[in-house]
Design a protein around this ligand. Structure first.
Ligand SMILES: [Zn+2]
Length: 317
């Protein structure tokens, strides 16, 4: 069996806590704001997750776009491009610094995954949790919107492109099509799911999985930014389709649910922590990456990595 690896947690929510601010729902740039105001804060947040046990850093480019930087930071197009590039550069710097800090204790390999959030995330209207906009956009519209950011991020040579929080199969497929223009690129694709079968747009996860898994550049497919309780049924629905080179990936939120009326996330009281779910996912098998999304802290990642390391030591030759 292959080694299970640990992802990071909620970068935006960790930055929010470290900076004692509440920008989560109110800043059109989300965590990417800090690439402009204080890139070292982004680097420090990445380092907190790496030191907690994460094998990978997902960049702060989720809600970033050239237009978004130009409009919301009042910068030139050239500067906006540099800010996108910086998202990968600070991720790489965080790894370098953690490696030198840990010395022999450092992991052999840390991964940088450049985040590609959905079109809806950059509209700043929570439409990434409905995906309705895809009904009014052609595949070419979606490809044209995603092309430049993808190309800029790939220019900084990340290990993966994280095509994440996708509400709709159509948008994920458009980005996959785009990947063909960058044959060296490797990616994972994660959908955000409203229930045990469907993405937020209402597409069947299983059908999306089957389609996306045909792309040789996509190494892992799964879910993120959803309630942890939907991971297990989603995983079971496609378990028989998983292959050594087509693995599952899960990084849900910490018991966060979306209030449909206000379009705000709120924390659902629960006695079960994210870590409590992890053993079940491991025993189902076929999962390669486990981490967390919104409100998942470095402490949570430490707990998850203990469970994962223990599983690896018992199951990986
Ligand atoms: Zn999230």
């Amino acid at each position: 069996m292959s080694v299970v690896k640990v992802l990071d947690g909620g970068l935006g929510t960790d930055l929010e806590k470290a900076q004692s601010i509440d920008f989560l729902a109110d800043d059109p740039l989300f965590s990417a704001r800090f690439l402009h105001t204080d890139p070292s804060a982004v680097k420090d947040a990445h380092k907190r997750f790496l030191l907690a046990g994460s094998d990978a850093v997902i960049t702060s480019s989720y809600q970033a776009s050239i237009d978004g930087f130009m409009k919301n930071c009042n910068v030139s197009r050239e500067d906006a491009i540099q800010l996108l590039q910086l998202s990968v550069d600070v991720a790489k710097d965080s790894i370098k610094e953690v490696k030198s800090q840990l010395g022999d204790e450092a992991k052999e390999k840390y991964y940088v995954a450049a985040s590609i959030g959905p079109y809806g995330a950059c509209q700043h209207d929570m439409s990434e949790y409905t995906g309705h906009y895809v009904d009014n956009m052609s595949e070419d519209d979606l490809k044209n919107w995603h092309r430049e950011r993808l190309s800029i991020l790939l220019g900084r040579d990340p290990d993966f492109i994280a095509i994440e929080t996708m509400p709709a199969q159509k948008e994920a497929q458009a980005i996959i099509e785009l990947l063909r223009e960058f044959p060296q690129a490797k990616a994972w694709v994660t959908f955000t799911c409203k229930d045990e079968e469907h993405t937020y747009h209402g597409d069947k996860f299983k059908e999306a999985f089957e389609k996306i898994s045909k792309c040789p550049q996509v190494k892992s497919i799964g879910i993120n930014c959803c309630h942890p309780k939907v991971v297990e049924p989603i995983m079971k629905s496609i378990r028989h389709l998983l292959q050594p080179d087509k693995t599952f990936i899960a990084y849900p939120n910490a018991n966060l649910v979306l209030d449909e009326a206000t379009r705000r996330m709120f924390t659902e009281p629960s006695s079960q922590s994210l870590t409590d779910y992890v053993s079940n996912w491991l025993s189902i098998g076929g999962i390669e990456w486990i981490g967390g999304c919104c409100l998942v802290t470095p402490d949570d990642i430490t707990n998850i990595s203990k469970v994962v390391n223990d599983w690896n030591s018992r199951n990986v030759e």
